[in-house]
Design a protein around this ligand. Structure first.
Ligand SMILES: NC(=O)c1ccc[n+]([C@@H]2O[C@H](COP(=O)([O-])OP(=O)(O)OC[C@H]3O[C@@H](n4cnc5c(N)ncnc54)[C@H](OP(=O)(O)O)[C@@H]3O)[C@@H](O)[C@H]2O)c1
Length: 224
């Protein structure tokens, strides 16, 4: 169980569709401080928000962010990219970029902030995807499947030290990641983020944000 009220929260990819909603709802729920970490930090118009420069593929930047945010209670590994293309014929640079951003980046962030999270009995949230369990996303699915495994592995290491680890899985959500697609039937960022914070408060280890994700998760042996 992790309180949002009074907490200090660091959000990666804070300028994105879900990221900005994580910032806004953290403030609405009484967060003491929010580190809005982004490749291009911006002002938020609230004294509780501290903009931080953070590219999650840059190890030096991660170390600097950990130094600049020594009082974090909750880390939300939200930054992510989606590149389309087949595994066999797609651009390998795209697959590598998704691996570095969606898989390795969150691990580097977790390693940098783990000592503080242990000291604070805090929480780590990793934003996965329904495509963690459905391979149609090809290189993106590969990166998010590995993030799923990473989240479970980190839980094995961090939970005994008092850190709440939560994996979040969701299907299509109306953010810039899906620009140009019909938003009808998509999740809203507001709904997903509200569920994440409710899940943290309730002590959930895994959040399945919508019916599609729940259906895929429950039929893992039947999907390919
Ligand atoms: N939208 C969906 O349907 C959906 C579904 C399942 C899972 N997700 C996951 O949800 C998370 C948030 O995505 P979103 O939908 O909110 O997409 P989004 O609006 O595109 O936001 C993604 C954010 O990640 C940031 N980012 C990308 N590479 C980064 C890097 N190397 N270092 C730091 N930040 C970086 C982007 O920063 P810039 O602003 O600098 O580009 C952007 O602000 C992602 O992990 C995504 O995979 C989304």
């Amino acid at each position: 169980m992790t309180d949002i009220d009074g907490a200090t929260i660091l959000i990666t990819g804070a300028n994105g569709g879900l990221g900005a909603e994580f910032v806004t709802q953290a403030l609405a729920r009484g967060a003491r401080r929010v580190y809005a970490a982004a490749r291009t930090p911006r002002e938020w118009g609230d004294a509780r928000v501290v903009p931080l420069s953070l590219d999650v593929t840059d190890r030096d930047a991660i170390a600097q962010a950990a130094d600049a945010a020594p009082d974090v209670d909750i880390v939300i590994n939200n930054a992510g990219i989606l590149r389309r293309g087949d595994l066999l014929t797609g651009d390998l640079a795209d697959i590598e970029a998704m691996w570095e951003t969606n898989t390795l980046g969150p691990l580097l962030v977790a390693r940098a902030f783990a000592p503080r999270l242990v000291a604070a009995s805090g929480a780590l949230v990793n934003i996965g995807s329904v495509l963690s369990w459905y391979a149609a996303g090809k290189g993106y699915s590969m990166s998010k499947a590995a993030l799923w495994s990473q989240t479970e592995g980190l839980r094995l290491e961090l939970a005994p030290q008092g850190v709440h680890v939560m994996g979040v899985y969701l299907a299509y959500t109306d953010t810039p990641m899906n620009a140009g697609m019909d938003p009808a039937g998509m999740n809203t960022p507001a709904d997903v983020v509200a569920q994440v914070y409710d899940g943290l408060v309730a002590g959930a280890g895994e959040l399945l944000a919508d019916d599609t994700t729940r259906a895929v998760r429950s039929r893992l042996s039947q999907v390919g």
